[in-house]
Design a binder for this molecule. Structure first.
Ligand code: TTP
Ligand code: MG
Length: 357
């Protein structure tokens, strides 16, 4: 079986960066975003400028005020963060449907099927980070590895704006020197217990046998034993009931022929329509994606006034988008059609034609 390539992407100082991006006056300044009331609340996150003063997530707001009296203290605007989050998730889904979001600002992506000799996982990660920056103006960090936990570990290693690969050639070096508190899943309490057991880093953990760890940490002992060896799951828990239905075609050699593209678009529209029909869904947004032979990806989408699901309706929009998107000078390697913003079909969004079939 082919080795999995998993990317973990995590936005840098997410809430604070959104605030700085939305209000340029805040850029370069110590920004601290907190929950509810300033007197009793805790810090949600702090910009990297504020972190220099020792301010961090989950700290009492009053403490943050003491450490950073000149900081700019803001209330969290969750709706805005959700909005940005959904833009980011859309970018992930434009690469692969195997996306497991962990929170508003981070997700695992399985990109195994996109990797080739000329397109290593790292270049895909960089491309995704670039897309996020283009679309939202925000920086993120990514980690690439052969399982989830190592990918997550990697994404935190070179923040902000980092892209880090953990592979068989460097995994031992990284894990053996890793502070025990930096192992994913080792919180404050576990860390203190580890210290009592004279386990301070990955090497110390590696040196303990499995039974010892199970004796002291119960069921988690086994997982800790495995983590010390770089072993972890590579199965993503992703949403099979997707928020979009899409089909794409990759050409074995590059095409640049409108007539053929129109045929392919019609065919893809029909396949999408059949899927929507199966699931009794319809959608309000159509997206066409084109990948050129140099692997640049271009997408264009548009909303429809009514939810659609029939081949002709999807094709009509897709065809229009294709002509807006295409660059006649660059051959096409892949083309795709997606319908999103889905909802269940109801009598409200059916037309007379649906009753004539
Ligand atoms: P994180 O990804 O943990 O932190 P971050 O994005 O602010 O900073 P970085 O990843 O660069 O270290 O969390 C994402 C968001 O979740 C964060 O911006 C605010 C929110 N959050 C809280 O509200 N409380 C918390 O205790 C944590 C850790 C995060
Ligand atoms: Mg983050």
């Amino acid at each position: 079986m082919m080795e999995r390539r998993i990317i973990h992407i995590d936005m840098d100082a997410f809430y604070a960066q959104v605030e700085q991006n939305d209000n340029p006056k805040l850029r370069g300044k110590p920004v601290i975003v907190g929950g509810r009331s300033f007197s009793r609340g805790v810090v949600s996150t702090a910009s990297y400028e504020a972190r220099k003063y020792g301010v961090h997530s989950a700290m009492a707001m009053s403490r943050a005020h003491q450490l950073c009296p000149d900081g700019i203290f803001l209330r969290a605007r969750f709706n805005r963060y959700r909005e940005v989050s959904s833009q980011i998730m859309d970018i992930f889904l434009s690469y692969t449907e195997i996306v497991e979001p962990l929170s508003l600002d981070e997700a695992y992506l399985d990109i195994t099927h996109l990797v080739s000799k000329t397109r290593p996982a790292k270049s895909i990660a960089l491309q995704i980070q670039h897309d996020i920056f283009e679309k939202t103006g925000l920086t993120s960090s990514s980690g690439i590895s052969y399982n989830k936990y190592l990918a997550k570990l990697a994404s935190g290693m070179n923040k902000p704006s980092g892209t880090t690969v953990i592979d068989y050639d460097n995994v031992d070096e990284i894990l053996m020197h890793l502070d025990i508190g930096d192992f994913p899943g080792v919180g404050k309490v576990t860390k203190e217990k580890m210290h009592r057991l004279k386990i301070f880093n990955g090497q110390d953990l590696y040196d303990k046998d499995e039974n010892f760890l199970i004796f002291h940490f119960g069921k988690r002992g086994r997982s800790l034993y495995e983590k010390a060896r770089g072993i972890g799951t590579n199965q993503l828990d992703y949403d099979r009931e997707r928020k979009s239905v899409g089909k794409e075609t990759t050409f074995s050699y590059d095409r640049n022929d409108d007539e053929e593209m129109v045929r392919v678009l019609k065919d893809l529209s029909e396949q999408v329509s059949v899927r929507l029909e199966d699931k009794k869904l319809c959608g309000r947004v159509v997206t066409v994606k084109i990948r050129h032979d140099d692997f640049t990806v271009h997408t264009k989408q548009t909303g429809t006034s009514n939810p659609i699901f029939r081949t002709e309706d999807i094709y009509e929009v897709a065809h229009h988008l294709y002509y807006e998107l295409k660059d006649p000078t660059i051959p096409i390697r892949l083309i795709g059609v997606t319908v999103s913003d889905l909802e269940k079909r109801s009598y409200r969004n059916m037309t007379i034609y649906d009753f004539l079939k």
